[in-house]
Design a protein around this ligand. Structure first.
Ligand code: NAD
Length: 503
């Protein structure tokens, strides 16, 4: 048994995951750290998935009647269990998704943060009261639970995305069914075990309140097509979202779609270049370029281009690439060979389109089965070819501009609309950028990069990013149904708009 296999076994033992949950199954799980297989996880059959869905639908009928602050207590306990097991789960994220240590731990911290947020929400979930035009009438809106919420998640945030959905859905009175990425089932098994610990401390929850479906896209499709699941929250590629969005719409379900990004930052003449440099480095190379909010396009004013870009190239040349488990490198591995090949194809296409490529080559860290790369910086003459696509790898395309209008137009001239940012100390530029005529993205930051969101704000993007919002602010409304109530407490029956109907 290799040291990583031993690590996985020991983490699962401490978390109480039985060996049968990760051995002898059909789904081989590789760690991108070395490329070796570390587990064989059993996948659910269609019939088993059906039982999980039926059970979640039943659990909902009980859970919706539990007072919301009491539901919040379950999520508070979940947050505490996550606090107690942060190191273990964070390490498993590093093993399974290849994140460097601080990012693995950061992902678990994000889970804790959203639990705290949801606990507060559980005493709110406010509706409105509205003035009625009719005498002795009261008009109000209240929010009720929706039902079972299907959560489909991507490999790159293997557990945080579940928690954004789960913590809110649970306080909203919904049950949850999780279909994690087939590339990251281990962290899902661990998270489910932690949920069960919280449920036990809570004194028990309805059976099936939180279901887990381990499997590939087929199981995802089954979940998406099931009308017992009124909400599907799907995080992943735009290709997946197009299929899921269409299928959910056909049965009039509700889809929350969190899809691909092609995020840009604009560097203006007044930018603090030292800070910009650091922000760009984290935004473009952090998580080895495998965040939905990764900085992929840098749009630099011609007056600062020759100062900033050579410095950036130095940082790119010097950045540490290495194992997240045995080094303190800042850039870990790509998830798999397909990801490496996609990166190389984009670099070839960028060169063909006139790009000047710096970096991008493979780095041998742990042998032929793992895929580490030096992040690539590509100076492009125009926004064409691969610049218009999301390649899920650390490639930063650099473009030059002369007027802010031109820069904003370039930034917005892609099909994705997730995140964006501007580096400026000029208040006019700043305001123009975040105005209605500025960035068209769901996230528009100032003097920070496009990635690394906190949970307090609503998270998501426009256009082919899918339009969904998760996490903070009023994203909870996506997990509830709104009911408008008109209450007549008088003895007459005045009709709205002065309509007469005397019988
Ligand atoms: P992916 O689309 O390959 O897979 C995501 C999930 O969808 C997996 O669980 C997969 O099994 C499932 N799936 C695939 N096809 C399906 C179908 N037809 N029906 C139901 N389920 C299906 O994505 P990935 O490679 O795991 O993740 C990377 C992508 O995710 C990137 O595009 C990234 O930008 C995006 N992402 C977006 C956000 C966001 O919040 N906007 C967050 C993280 C990742």
């Amino acid at each position: 048994m290799s040291s990583i296999q031993h690590d996985v076994k020991s983490i699962f033992h401490k978390l109480g995951v039985p060996e049968s949950a990760y051995t002898g199954g059909t789904l081989a799980v590789r760690t991108p750290v070395t490329g070796e297989i570390v587990a064989h996880v059993p996948e659910v059959t269609a019939a088993q998935a059906d039982t999980v869905i039926a059970s979640a639908a039943e659990a909902f009928k009980v859970w919706r009647t539990v007072p919301a602050p009491r539901r919040g207590e379950l999520v508070r306990l979940l947050g505490n269990v996550l606090r107690d097991n942060k190191e273990l789960l964070g390490r498993l994220v590093s093993i399974e998704a290849g994140k460097v240590v601080s990012e693995g731990l950061g992902e678990v911290q994000e889970m804790i943060d959203i639990c705290d947020f949801a606990v507060g929400l559980s005493r709110q979930l406010y509706g409105l009261t509205i003035q009625s035009e009719r005498p002795e009438h009261r008009l109000m809106e209240q929010w009720h639970p929706m039902g079972a919420v299907g959560i489909i998640s991507a490999f790159n945030f293997p557990v945080a995305v579940w928690s954004w959905n789960a913590a809110l859905a649970l306080v909203c009175g919904d049950s949850i069914i999780w279909k994690p990425s087939e590339k990251t089932p281990l962290t899902a098994l661990a998270t489910q075990a932690l949920f069960e610990k919280a449920a036990e401390a809570f004194g028990g929850v309805p059976a099936g309140l939180s279901g887990l479906l381990i499997g590939g896209a087929d199981i995802g499709r089954q979940l998406v097509d099931d009308s017992r699941v009124p909400v599907i929250s799907a995080t992943g590629s735009t290709r997946m979202g197009r299929a899921v969005g269409g299928a959910v719409a056909r049965r009039f379900g509700r889809a929350i779609l969190e899809l691909g990004g092609n995020n840009a930052s604009i560097v203006t003449p007044s930018a603090d270049l030292d800070m910009t440099l650091r922000a760009v480095a984290f935004g473009a190379m952090g998580t080895a370029g495998q965040r939905c909010t990764t900085l992929r396009r840098l749009i630099v004013h011609s007056s600062v281009y020759d100062t900033l870009v050579p410095r950036l190239k130095q940082v790119y040349g010097a950045i540490s690439v290495g194992s997240p488990l045995t080094s303190d490198a800042l850039v870990g591995p790509l998830i798999d060979e397909a990801s490496f090949n996609a990166m190389q194809e984009s670099l070839v296409a960028a060169k063909a389109a006139g790009g000047a490529v710096c970096g991008g080559e493979r780095v041998d860290v742990n042998g032929a089965a793992s895929f580490y790369v030096r992040p690539a910086l590509v100076e492009m003459p125009a926004q064409t070819g691969p610049v218009l696509e999301e390649t899920f790898a650390p490639i930063l395309y650099v473009l030059k501009y002369d007027t802010l209008e031109e820069a904003i137009a370039l930034q917005n001239d892609v099909v994705q609309g997730l995140s964006s940012s501007i580096f400026t100390t000029d208040v006019r530029e700043l305001e123009q950028y975040i105005s209605a005529a500025g960035s068209d993205c769901g996230i528009a930051n100032v003097n920070i990069g496009p990635s690394g969101a906190e949970i307090g704000g609503a998270f998501g993007g426009e256009k082919e990013t899918g339009g969904g919002r998760e996490s903070g602010s009023d994203a909870w409304k996506g997990y509830m149904r709104r009911q408008t109530n008109t209450v007549n407490y008088g003895r007459t029956l005045p009709l709205a708009q002065g309509v007469k109907f005397d019988v």
